[in-house]
Design a protein around this ligand. Structure first.
Ligand code: ADP
Ligand code: ZN
Ligand code: ZN
Length: 737
C-alpha cells in the first residue's frame, strides 16, 4: 500500500493522507478525486510516502486518479509551497487557487481542440495577384495561410474582422479547418533543449544606444539576474522587451510577460502578435472564459505557447521552457492580490526567476521604491533609458497653477480653461484628469451642515446627477437625492467638490461646441464602451477627455497635447505613507500621455501647494532625486523598504468582538518575544464598511527573516483564537492601509 499526501481546497494548513491500491501508478502533481467527509473533492498529490500517522481504520483510499491532465511539475509545486509559507495561506487553497477553474473541478477536463486553418487544394491553386483588391483582409489571410497553417489567435493579428472573413473563405471552399489535438504530456525539454527555432520577427526599429545596452546586458546574463529597466515614458521599453523576447524565442525558450490588469487589452495582445506573426502567443487573465483559460494554460504547460502574456495570475502558469520573465509597470498595485492568497505577482515572479535560474526584467517609468532601493544597493541591476525613443517626441512641459491665486470654476481654473480653448482652436485634444467619479463627492446642507454619509459605512455618499442618486462607492448603497435636508428639513442642499460628471458639465457650459468624452467606471460599465471610446479618441472625434486613472495608463493618444490635473493634493496629507509615491507614479503616467507624437505636450497641475517637492520633481522630470529623498524619509520614519511588514486585519458586525480578537492576537504576539515590532490595534482607514467594523494590527521588522519566523510561530495561535462572528486575514507586505 502506498500513501499519498493531498492538497485540497480546505482552509487548513495541512495535507491529507490517502491510500493508493497496489499497482496503480500515481505521480506527484497528479490530480485525484478523494472522499472528504461526505463529499468528493479534487486534490493534488503533493507527496508520496510509505507510512502515515493516521489510524489504519480512518484512512481512506483515493477514489480516482485523473489522467485527463498532465501532472503539475515539481517546480510549480515548490513555488506554491513557497507562496503558502511566505503569505501564510493554507497549502491546499494555495495550490488549487493557482489552477484554472476547470482543473479544480471533479468533472473530466475536456481539452478544447484547437482549430487550425489551412488552404484547401482550390485555395492553394488561387492566383493571389488576380484576387479582388478590395477584399483586403481575405487577401491577407490567404497570403498568410499560403506560408503555413495558422490558428485563429494567430490570424486575429491580421484584422479584427478575421472571423467573418474566414467563414467567407471557408464557404468559397478556399480555406478549410482541421482539428489539432493538444498533446497531454508537457514537453519537458529545458529552454535550450529545443534548439534553434526559426520565427519571423518584425524588427520595426533600430535600437537606440541605451536600448541596445539594455538588451545586451540581459541577454548576456547567465542564470538568474534581476534587472530594473527604468525608462521614462516613451523611451521604448516595449521595444526592449520585444528584442529580448526575440532572443529567447530563437533559443527555443518560453517568455512570461506580466502586465497590469488594466493594460491587458486585445490591442496589446495583437501588438505582440504582429511583432511575432508565427509565434504561438497565449494570454492568461480573468476576462477569459473557463475553457479559454484552461486551453491557454495547457498550451503553456505543453510548451506549445512560446509567449505567455498575462496579468498577475499568470505568474503561476506552468512553463517548462521558461527562459525569461518580464514584469511591465512593475510598480503597479494591481500585481498585488487583495484577497485569498495575498501575493505580489512581481515578487513571486522574482522568486520564480531565481528558482528557474533565468533573468527577470522589471520595467517602469516610476519604479516602486522597493525596487529602486534594491537597484541602488546592488541586489538588482539598473538599466536606464533616459531619452524618448522617437527623436521628435520631447517630454512634456509641466507647470503648476496655484489654486489660491486664480479664479476657479467648480474645480477648474480660468487659466486651464483658456489653455483648453487654445487646444480646441488648434484641433488638438486635451485631457482632464480627476480621480473622482460622480458629480460631487458629497452633498451638504447649507442650513445645519449635514453631510450625505452612508448609513452602512464611515464614508460619504457620492452625488450622481445623471440619475439623481446618492451612491456609496464602498458598499453600493444608493438613495434618491433628497429634496430637503434629512436632518433639519432645509431645502438648501448643495454639492461640495467636483467629480468627473461635474467637470464634464462645467466644460460643456464653457465650450458648447466641443466634443467631450467622459471616461470612468460609470461610463465604461458596458464592455464594448471603452473600446468604442478609444477608437473615437484615435479618430480624433473627441476634443476634451475627462477621466479617472483609467485614462492614465499605457494608451497612446497622438493628438493629445494638454493634460490638466485637477485636485491631486489630497494624497499629500493622506495617512497612507505610500500615497505620495502612488501620486507621483500616476502623474508621470498621465503626463506621459501628452505630446507623444510630433507635437509637444504640456501638463498643468492645479494645486494649492505649487512648491511641494513632489510637483517640483515632476516639473524637472527628476525621478532620481525625488526617490532618493523619499527613501531618506522612509528610512527616517522606519517604513518599507527599510521595514518588512505584516498586517492582521479583522472585521465583523460587533465592534467589541473585532477589537477583542485583535487585542488577544496582539497579546499572543507579545508573548512570543520575537525580534519584531508590534504596533497597536487601530481602526482601518475606512473604519466601517457595509455595516462591518474594521480594525487592524501591524507587525514589522527590519529583517524579513525575523518577521517570517515570527509569523510562522504566530499563525497557529491566531488560528486557535476564538473568532466566531468575524473574518480575519493576514496580509504580508501589505500595500493597503
Ligand atoms: P515606453 O513603453 O517606454 O513608454 P514605447 O515602447 O511605447 O515606450 O515606445 C514609444 C514609441 O517609440 C513607440 O511609438 C515606439 O514604436 C517608438 N520606438 C521605440 N523604440 C524605437 C526606436 N529604437 N526607434 C524608433 N522608434 C522607437
Ligand atoms: Zn440641514
Ligand atoms: Zn456604504
Amino acid at each position: 500500500m502506498q500513501i499519498v499526501r493531498v492538497a485540497m481546497d480546505i482552509p487548513l494548513s495541512t495535507l491529507f493522507d490517502y491510500t493508493v491500491a497496489e499497482g496503480i501508478a500515481i505521480a506527484i502533481g497528479q490530480r485525484v478525486i478523494v472522499p472528504f467527509g461526505r463529499r468528493q473533492m479534487v486534490g493534488v498529490v503533493m507527496e508520496c510516502a510509505a507510512t502515515t500517522e493516521m489510524a489504519q481504520e480512518r484512512i481512506k483510499p483515493v477514489e480516482r486518479v485523473l489522467h485527463d491532465s498532465a501532472p503539475l511539475s515539481a517546480g510549480l509545486l515548490d513555488l506554491l509551497r513557497f507562496c503558502s509559507d511566505y503569505y501564510r495561506y493554507p497549502i491546499g487553497q494555495t495550490v488549487l487557487s493557482a489552477l484554472p477553474v476547470r482543473l479544480r473541478s471533479d468533472k473530466p477536463v475536456i481539452s478544447k481542440p484547437v482549430l487550425s486553418y489551412r488552404l484547401s487544394a482550390n485555395g492553394a491553386a488561387l492566383d493571389l495577384d488576380s484576387f479582388p483588391k478590395r477584399k483586403v483582409v481575405q487577401r491577407r489571410i490567404l497570403a498568410k495561410l499560403a506560408e503555413q497553417p495558422c490558428n485563429l489567435a494567430q490570424l486575429k493579428a491580421l484584422s479584427a474582422t478575421v472571423g467573418k472573413q474566414l467563414r467567407a473563405l471557408e464557404e468559397e471552399g478556399w480555406v478549410e479547418s482541421v482539428v489539432l489535438p493538444i498533446a497531454l504530456s508537457p514537453s519537458t525539454s529545458p529552454a535550450s533543449g529545443r534548439g534553434e527555432q526559426k520565427h519571423t520577427f518584425d524588427n520595426a526599429h533600430t535600437l537606440t544606444g541605451e536600448q541596445q545596452q539594455a538588451v545586451d546586458a540581459v541577454t548576456a546574463a547567465q542564470g538568474y539576474a534581476c534587472f530594473l529597466l527604468h525608462g521614462i515614458t516613451g523611451s521604448g521599453k516595449t521595444e526592449v522587451y520585444v528584442h529580448l523576447m526575440h532572443d529567447v524565442l530563437q533559443r527555443g525558450g518560453q517568455v512570461l510577460l506580466l502586465v497590469p490588469e488594466i493594460n491587458l487589452t486585445p490591442q496589446l495582445e495583437n501588438y505582440f502578435r504582429s511583432r511575432f506573426p508565427d509565434v504561438n502567443l497565449v494570454s492568461l487573465h480573468s476576462g477569459l472564459s473557463e475553457g479559454e483559460r484552461l486551453h491557454n494554460w495547457q498550451q503553456a504547460q505543453f510548451g506549445a505557447a512560446q509567449i505567455v502574456l498575462g496579468t498577475r495570475l499568470s505568474v503561476f502558469a506552468e512553463l517548462p521552457g521558461l527562459a525569461l520573465i518580464i514584469v511591465d509597470e512593475e510598480h503597479d498595485s494591481s500585481y498585488k492580490q487583495q484577497e485569498g492568497l495575498r501575493y505580489s505577482a512581481r515578487d513571486v515572479a522574482i522568486f520564480r526567476a531565481n528558482q528557474h535560474g533565468v533573468p527577470i526584467v522589471l520595467g517602469s517609468a516610476t519604479p516602486s521604491l522597493e525596487s529602486y532601493h534594491n537597484a541602488q544597493n546592488g541586489r538588482y541591476r539598473m538599466l536606464k533609458l533616459t531619452g524618448r525613443a522617437l527623436a521628435a517626441a520631447r517630454l512634456p512641459e509641466v507647470r503648476s497653477i496655484n489654486t489660491n491665486q486664480t479664479v476657479m470654476h467648480h474645480g477648474i481654473s480660468e487659466n486651464l480653461l483658456r489653455e483648453i480653448g487654445l487646444r480646441i482652436a488648434r484641433k488638438e485634444q486635451s485631457l482632464l484628469f480627476i480621480n473622482r467619479r460622480g458629480y460631487a463627492p458629497v452633498l451638504m446642507c447649507g442650513g445645519c451642515g449635514w453631510l450625505s454619509g452612508c448609513k452602512n459605512c464611515a464614508g460619504k455618499m457620492v452625488l450622481h446627477l445623471n440619475d439623481k442618486r446618492l451612491r456609496c462607492h464602498h458598499c453600493g448603497y444608493q438613495l434618491h437625492v433628497p429634496n430637503a435636508c434629512p436632518s433639519c428639513g432645509n431645502a438648501d442642499l448643495h454639492p461640495v467638490g467636483s467629480g468627473t460628471q461635474r467637470v464634464e458639465s462645467v466644460l460643456q457650459e464653457r465650450f458648447p461646441e466641443a466634443r467631450i468624452l467622459r471616461v470612468d467606471r460609470d461610463s465604461t460599465r458596458n464592455k464594448r464602451a471603452w473600446q468604442t471610446m478609444r477608437e473615437q479618441i484615435h479618430a480624433n472625434e473627441v476634443d476634451i477627455l475627462v477621466g479617472t486613472q483609467m485614462l492614465a495608463k499605457g494608451h497612446d493618444f497622438p493628438a493629445l497635447t494638454l493634460v490638466g490635473v485637477l485636485n491631486p493634493d489630497s494624497a499629500l496629507y493622506s495617512s497612507d505613507f505610500r500615497a505620495a509615491e502612488k501620486l507621483f507614479a500616476q502623474l508621470v503616467q498621465v503626463a506621459g500621455r501628452a505630446g507623444r507624437a510630433d507635437k509637444p505636450g504640456e501638463v498643468v497641475i492645479q494645486t494649492a501647494f505649487p512648491d511641494h517637492p513632489l510637483y517640483r520633481a515632476l516639473q524637472t522630470h527628476d525621478f532620481e532625486s525625488w526617490s532618493v529623498s523619499q527613501l531618506a524619509e522612509r528610512q527616517m520614519a522606519g517604513f518599507p523598504p527599510f521595514m518588512y511588514q505584516a498586517m492582521l486585519r479583522a472585521e465583523g458586525k460587533i465592534e467589541t468582538e473585532v477589537y477583542a480578537y485583535l487585542n488577544r492576537a496582539r497579546a499572543a504576539a507579545v508573548e512570543l518575544r520575537r525580534a519584531v515590532e508590534i504596533l497597536g490595534v487601530v481602526p482601518a482607514a475606512l473604519p466601517r464598511r457595509a455595516n462591518h467594523i474594521r480594525a487592524q494590527l501591524l507587525i514589522q521588522s527590519a529583517k524579513r527573516r525575523d518577521l517570517q519566523q515570527f509569523l510562522r510561530a504566530w499563525q497557529p495561535l491566531l488560528d486557535a483564537l476564538p473568532a466566531q462572528k468575524l473574518r480575519w486575514s493576514l496580509d504580508i507586505d501589505p500595500l493597503e492601509f
